[in-house]
Design a protein. Structure first.
Length: 152
């Protein structure tokens, strides 16, 4: 009788240890996957903002006459800008599903600011203002991403 009780206790102990090990392993796996998705999302957002900044730089150089951009290259710059803008708009629309609510809010604010045009000022000043907004957004999102991704 004691042998049967020992066997049952051992079986229950083995089952509980196995179950707990699997649960902990799955939790670690899901946490790691979620962290990877967050890292990818922040990387895409910051990469898209960097593309926008590069586009502003190219437009600025062209406008000031430092460089002349041929039609095909200008079209490519415009397409890169539109593509980067779509990524940022999509992320802002999804909101805090993957990125933090703070990051989503920074993106929404940035998009609103970039859409504003000051008709009283000239085009170059407006582009310069937009360029500054993109740089500020990159800086803020880097800080948020570092903070969010350090929470493993």
């Amino acid at each position: 009788m004691i042998n049967i009780i020992i066997v049952i206790v051992n079986a229950i102990s083995i089952f509980l240890a196995s179950w707990l090990t699997v649960r902990l392993a799955l939790q670690k796996f899901y946490t790691q996957k979620w962290w990877e998705r967050k890292a990818q999302a922040y990387s895409e957002i910051i990469g898209s903002l960097a593309k926008k900044r590069t586009c502003f730089d190219r437009w600025w150089d062209e406008e000031l006459g430092h460089k002349e951009i041929v039609v095909e290259a200008r079209k490519k710059v415009d397409e890169e800008y539109a593509s980067a803008k779509r990524v940022i708009e999509d992320t802002a629309a999804v909101g805090s599903f993957i990125v933090s609510e703070e990051a989503a809010e920074v993106l929404r604010f940035s998009l609103t600011e970039l859409q504003k045009e000051n008709m009283k000022e000239d085009w170059l000043k407006d582009r310069d203002r937009q360029h500054g907004k993109v740089i500020n957004c990159i800086t803020r999102l880097r800080e948020i991403a570092k903070r969010e991704l350090s929470k493993r």
